[in-house]
Design a protein around this ligand. Sequence first.
Ligand SMILES: *[C@@H]1O[C@H](CO)[C@@H](O)[C@H](O)[C@H]1NC(C)=O
Ligand SMILES: *[C@@H]1O[C@H](CO)[C@@H](O)[C@H](O)[C@H]1NC(C)=O
Ligand SMILES: *[C@@H]1O[C@H](CO)[C@@H](O)[C@H](O)[C@H]1NC(C)=O
Ligand SMILES: *[C@@H]1O[C@H](CO)[C@@H](O)[C@H](O)[C@H]1NC(C)=O
Ligand SMILES: *[C@@H]1O[C@H](CO)[C@@H](O)[C@H](O)[C@H]1NC(C)=O
Ligand SMILES: *[C@@H]1O[C@H](CO)[C@@H](O)[C@H](O)[C@H]1NC(C)=O
Length: 382
Amino acid sequence: MQRWSILGALLIASRHAVAYDIFRDYSGSTFFDGWDFYGSFDNLTWGNVTWVTKEVGASQNLAYVNSENHVILKVDNVTNVTVGELRSSVRITTQDAYDLGSLWIIDLNHIPYGCSVWPAFWSFGPHWPEDGEIDIIEGINVNPSNQMAIHATQGCYHNGNTDQLGSTGSTDCSQGSGCTVGELSPNSYNSGFAQAGGGVFATQFDVSGIFMWFWSRADIPSSISQATSTSSIDISSWGTSHATFSSNMCNISQFFTPQNLVLDIDLCGVWAGVPSIYDSQCANEGPTGLCYNDSVVGPGSPRYDNAYFDINYVRTYTTSTNAPVATSTNAPPSGGSTLSMSANLAQSTGTSGGVARMHDLMASLTLALCVFAGTLLLTWSI
Ligand SMILES: *[C@@H]1O[C@H](CO)[C@@H](O)[C@H](O)[C@H]1NC(C)=O
Ligand SMILES: *[C@@H]1O[C@H](CO)[C@@H](O)[C@H](O)[C@H]1NC(C)=O
Ligand SMILES: *[C@@H]1O[C@H](CO)[C@@H](O)[C@H](O)[C@H]1NC(C)=O
Ligand SMILES: *[C@@H]1O[C@H](CO)[C@@H](O)[C@H](O)[C@H]1NC(C)=O
Ligand SMILES: *[C@@H]1O[C@H](CO)[C@@H](O)[C@H](O)[C@H]1NC(C)=O
Ligand SMILES: *[C@@H]1O[C@H](CO)[C@@H](O)[C@H](O)[C@H]1NC(C)=O
């Protein structure tokens, strides 16, 4: 019995890919080349923003690369917004869509926060919710910590607090908030994030599940801090994920299609701006207790001085183990484009697929050794 359960656990672990090849490094002066700007009002979550075009983002200093080569995405904190007007902000979507077998890492120094502010780093497929949604960084108003989530159609669930460091909220991923996991490690959001030097969020989008990690700057594993814009990465030392959406409870290959990544900053809208929610966090912002009236209208500073992303890089990876597919889309503002022909990345780029295979071989050997050692131990103890 015992031996079988150990073997079972090892076999389950072996289904996770551990080695990934770099696919794209979004950073510095070329960062914006791989993203489309939404360039419209928020017709999805009804925030009080205008998501600017690339040109406006550049000319108004809302989306640019600073002198330190960091990518800045921010809310307009210069304009005195008059009643009836919207405030400018940024929403961008990757031109590439990422299929199962990919890994996404974002390294940031600052995440937007403050009353009415609703930032997110997330992903979605062409049709919502049929193609799934993955929320990696998300928070509202003055929340103390980050919330992770996935959204899907009916039949996708989260299995409670097992196999993860975060704290489970809702467990039916088809319901309004999706299935949510609250981050419990300190400094994942709000002022604490930047004060601790920022940090890294990683997401593994795998046949066996969707797994997310967060590390504050001081805790970033060497596999990430020593990685370059061209190196492959081995995630075997990362340990238990902070959010685990296992395929045991939500068949990921059934509920998720290739995902486009999104970075946006919303204001108010159907989460941050719900009167009872806004009021419980931001009642002192103004006389009306209403998100739009008390936060959006009026001068932009100091209210929105912390409403910005400061990003070192977004890196995307694929693994040959799960036959990864990266597709390119020329997404219109809605992001709702059809996917073009897909190409097997390891084959089409001819990059370090061999490295990945070598890692896989090593992982298999390690696994075999573990099984062997475990069996010996059990035999000995019996
Ligand atoms: C912002 O505009 C309103 C309406 O025009 C005006 O009353 C107010 O004084 C302005 N505030 C600042 C700080 O300029
Ligand atoms: C601001 O958002 C609220 C809630 O979505 C909406 O009712 C209101 O019309 C918006 N204000 C403007 C000026 O668009
Ligand atoms: C999961 O979904 C995939 C794709 O729809 C399907 O091929 C597979 O049989 C499903 N697995 C289970 C355990 O239902
Ligand atoms: C809030 O602003 C809206 C304009 O968007 C205005 O019609 C409404 O009267 C204001 N509400 C309060 C309580 O001041
Ligand atoms: C806007 O915020 C930035 C920090 O994000 C700050 O440096 C700048 O001074 C603010 N702008 C104004 C007009 O206050
Ligand atoms: C939102 O606006 C975009 C651009 O106009 C459009 O393509 C998309 O279908 C709209 N989405 C919804 C949900 O209305």
